[in-house]
Design a protein around this ligand. Structure first.
Ligand code: HEM
Length: 431
């Protein structure tokens, strides 16, 4: 129940429910027709979209206990992930940032970069997003999947399994979710079983050699299951790892991919990064992330809540989802926002918000209390990775036009729609 009822966008649906050519363009068209606040009724769901400055501020201020991001995320991810993965988790993605954790992840990133360079060899062609995805898998699995999980056969098995289990498919390929449901999530369940088996090996390893160096987070995950029967314990540990990995790594991998693409395109910026300017490199990665944002930000209403869009105060009842869509505000809320300009950032804030009706209309990592706890880590990781990779290799775009995002995607950081080949040659190879 929404009172008063805003206009309902006739004939507009979301890609989980109806075939949609471009999910973001579909909502943009509805906004052009119905204004900044409107309802989309799609399948069995009712979405209240808001885009006005006051509406977006009101959205970010919604209280979690009445309008829940956690529930909205769960409802999204369960389209793809088997239900059992959500039951009884003891270590969640939000607990990844205790003191010392980020330092460990960044050490693991350095090791993952060294392995990446060894795999790339002195020259060749690689898909940008394939490269960053593999790198993110390796860094993440080294950080929380236990000893041996980021190398050799266990790593390859986990990569394959996580590429099948990938929860991000729920919003990157929403149009595929009906088929996932029809299959009873059989491929995803098989992937989860594979992950359980491989992580079980890491648990055995840790049991035989307690507390090897660099296993701080994995040690915490394992400790949370102390005292449980072996099978329950191993599945519990593996599913904690699995949910952490699917919830955390895919946006980082994609954002890093766009940062590389933009630095390949912008040669002056690349030269500055290669010369060694980490603060500038960080601004570049932030700017690429902003432009690649395709996130639908959703809050599932659990108890009546008010949304003030500046013209009207709506009372929204349980069952509805209040939402905004970053790509519709991020690039249009002020002049020049469609361009890649790293110097618009001062650390992680916009340097000049005077042309914006609200600073909250533009973001890479969110606003308010749900904003991304991994922002400093993600920026540090992307800065290190672009500086290392572009410092190691001369690169040349193998694409003829700027890569396009997957059109049906509605959520997260854009994934490229098709291959994005990059030609590279080691700077020190003398070749
Ligand atoms: C470039 C990479 C990333 C981007 C662009 C990104 C973006 C975001 C955004 C926009 C939000 C807020 C969503 C909302 O308000 O509805 C968010 C929340 C969150 N992110 Fe990230 N994120 C990234 C990487 C990561 C990583 C690597 C992790 C974990 C290791 C992570 C964990 C989280 C968590 C746990 C939340 C929820 C916080 C809460 O509900 O209080 N993110 N992220």
């Amino acid at each position: 129940m929404i009172t008063p009822m805003p206009p309902v966008a006739v004939g507009v649906g979301l890609p989980w429910d109806v075939p949609v050519t471009d999910a973001v363009a579909e909502i943009a068209r509805a906004r052009a027709t119905y204004g900044d606040t409107f309802v989309v009724e799609s399948g069995r769901d009712r979405y209240l979209f808001t885009f006005s400055p006051a509406g977006v501020e009101s959205f970010y201020a919604l209280p979690e206990e009445k309008a829940s991001k956690g529930v909205a995320d769960y409802l999204m991810l369960r389209r793809k992930l088997p239900d059992e993965i959500f039951d009884g988790r003891r270590t969640l993605p939000g607990s990844l940032f205790r003191k010392g954790d980020v330092a460990t992840y960044l050490v693991n990133l350095q090791a993952a970069l060294a392995t990446t360079t060894a795999e790339l060899g002195p020259q060749g062609t690689v898909d940008v997003f394939g490269l960053t995805r593999r790198l993110a898998h390796r860094m993440g699995l080294a950080s929380w999947a236990g000893p041996g999980s980021a190398e050799g056969a266990p790593f390859e098995r986990l990569v394959l399994a996580f590429d099948t289990l990938d929860g991000a498919d729920a919003f990157v390929h929403p149009d595929a979710m009906a088929a996932v449901a029809a299959s009873g999530k059989s491929a995803e369940r098989a992937a989860l079983a594979e992950i359980t088996e491989v992580i079980g090996g890491a648990v055995d390893h840790l049991d035989s050699r307690p507390d090897p160096e660099g296993q701080a987070l994995f040690g915490r995950i394992v400790a949370a299951w102390d005292g449980e029967p072996d099978e329950v314990r191993k599945a519990g540990i593996a599913w904690d790892v699995a949910l952490i990995h699917v919830a955390s790594m895919s946006n980082l991998a994609s954002a890093l991919g766009w940062a590389l693409v933009d630095l390949v395109v912008h040669t002056d910026a690349r030269a500055r990064v290669v010369a060694g300017d980490p603060a500038y490199a960080e601004r570049c990665t932030l700017e690429s992330t902003r432009l690649a944002q395709r996130s639908i930000m959703g809050r599932s209403v659990l108890a009546p809540v008010e949304l003030d869009d500046g013209t009207c105060v709506y009372t929204v009842g349980p069952g509805a989802t209040i939402a905004t869509l970053l790509p519709l505000t991020n690039t249009t809320a002020g002049p020049g926002l469609a361009d890649w300009q790293p110097d618009r950032w001062n650390r992680s804030r916009l340097a000049d918000t005077s042309t914006l009706a609200s600073p909250q209309l533009v973001t890479a990592f969110g606003h308010g209390k749900h904003s991304c706890p991994a922002q400093p880590f993600s920026l540090a990781a992307m800065t290190t990775a672009v500086t290392d990779l572009l410092g190691s290799y001369e690169v040349e775009a193998g694409w003829s036009s700027y890569p396009a995002p997957v059109p049906a995607q509605i959520g997260g950081v854009a994934r490229a729609d098709g291959p994005t080949p990059l030609h590279y040659r080691a700077r020190t190879a003398g070749a």
